[in-house]
Design a protein around this ligand. Structure first.
Ligand code: C2R
Length: 148
């Protein structure tokens, strides 16, 4: 990978997963930051509630050493981040989307109170949480690069 001056040396990618295609507009906030920072990422849509088998297969077959961190985004009853965290040892950042009658409180509570051993680093509700997920992923990857 050839880097220009000022660019960060990033060896591994961020994997963004949202529970629905309808979350794409929300996820775009993080994607814009990754583009600005010249960070590599992939974005996929999988639902634990709707397509558990496909999600399980996808996570179990992730190539080794390609991703540093997974950002899991979901609104409503958000099983997605916790289920992903149960299937991989990669760090999982959860982002509760502010949709539905409870405006993200439901998603927040679904992902923040995980049983021990299955951690989800849960951000705040809504677009500030989405942005902080991107900043947090950047810190993790920079830390990895610096040997932190
Ligand atoms: N929370 C979850 C899960 C899951 O946790 O598996 N799958 C979809 N969703 C969420 O449902 C909302 C509405 O989805 P639709 O617009 O497809 O009905 C989305 O915000 C999605 O993240």
């Amino acid at each position: 990978m050839i880097l220009k001056k000022g660019e960060i040396t990033l060896s591994k990618k961020v994997l963004l997963i949202s529970g629905s295609q309808s979350d794409e507009i929300f996820v775009k906030t993080a994607i814009d930051l990754f583009e600005e920072w010249k960070m590599s990422y992939d974005y996929k849509v999988f639902s634990a509630h709707r397509n558990l088998k496909e999600l399980t297969k996808f996570i179990e077959e992730l190539p080794t050493n390609e991703y540093s961190v997974i950002i899991a985004v979901a609104g409503l009853s958000a099983a997605l981040p916790g289920v992903i965290a149960s299937l991989t040892n990669l760090p999982v950042i959860g982002v509760p989307r502010d949709v539905g009658p409870l405006n993200g409180i439901d998603a927040l509570l679904s992902m923040v109170q995980m049983p021990s051993g299955v951690p989800v680093a849960t951000m705040g509700i809504g677009s500030s949480g989405m942005k902080n997920a991107a900043y947090f992923a950047k810190r993790l990857i920079e830390g990895e690069k610096d040997g932190r």
